[in-house]
Design a protein. Structure first.
Length: 157
């Protein structure tokens, strides 16, 4: 009896993900930043299990903060763009390795402090009031399915 394929993974088109890039105007600790956001929005962003990226020589840990917006029925997640810590797995023996003990999820956006993600396919980040004196306007950004961060967000969703 022949097994019928229900779908071919090569034929599946993956949807792009819309995220927001958050840049801080001041260098403040995460707990102060989220305290201010929670106070302004009547939300309760709290720290969740860190997003972990496994490199060849290091495991990188990126803080995550989540809250549920009751009015829009949407879960919002802030992910730190810069790793907060790294654990070395093995010693680098090659001279020119591109892996360091600090990693950015978006290598081309090192000035971004947080990546804002929503459970909605077409997120409306304007429902979160951000403190004007601490944050620049959120920049919309689209992740394609070929990007490394796309796979990471899909895993943690």
């Amino acid at each position: 009896m022949e097994i019928q394929k229900l779908y071919d993974l090569d034929d599946i088109e993956f949807e792009d993900i819309a995220i927001g890039l958050v840049r801080l105007a001041k260098d403040i600790p995460a707990h102060e930043f989220f305290y201010t956001i929670n106070k302004l929005n009547n939300l309760s962003f709290s720290r969740k299990k860190d997003l972990v990226f496994h490199g060849d020589y290091y495991d990188y840990f990126f803080p995550r903060f989540e809250a549920y917006h009751k009015f829009s029925k949407t879960c919002f997640t802030f992910i730190s763009n810069k790793s907060s810590e790294s654990k070395q797995k093995k010693v680098q023996t090659e001279l020119f390795t591109e892996e360091e003990n600090i990693k950015f999820l978006l290598n081309n956006q090192v000035d971004v402090e947080y990546i804002l993600h929503s459970s909605e396919q077409f997120p409306d980040f304007s429902v979160i009031l951000l403190p004007e004196n601490l944050v620049f306007p959120i920049q919309d950004y689209t992740l394609s399915s070929e990007e490394e961060l796309y796979q990471i967000i899909q895993y943690y969703e």
